[in-house]
Design a protein around this ligand. Sequence first.
Ligand code: HEC
Length: 109
Amino acid sequence: MRMATAGIGAMATWLVAGATIAVAQSPAEQRGLTYVRTHCARCHSVDKVTDSPLKIAPPFRTLHLRYPVESLEEALGEGIVTGHPSMPEFRLDPGQVGDVISYLKSLER
Ligand code: HEC
């Protein structure tokens, strides 16, 4: 019973995410999107169209214009602090780093 309920919840989340953000398609991109929505979206725009809620935080879709997003791998894994005076430090595990990079790359399409 518990299991069945959790399954339906996960399914509903997946359906909603799939319907609103058509760009995130692979499982890694989906997980990356979920992560950045939870941890980054209150400051950064994480989609293809909106402005960042915090004006000085660059929308994620613009990052690749300044450097390849792969170059963030180390910063995300070791704790991204540089250039974030008003932001809590994030340290992602290797799986999360891969997911977030995949999602950032999906924004370049
Ligand atoms: C509390 C607000 C806040 C949150 C939450 C936040 N950021 Fe930021 N972020 C900022 C601000 C402000 C800047 C711009 C800092 C600057 O230009 O000095 C920034 C800049 C960045 C940059 C650009 C750094 C550079 O020098 O090019 C990256 C990459 C970034 N954030 C990633 C993330 C990720 C990934 C998350 C979620 C895990 C996140 N941020 C969550 C506020 C935030």
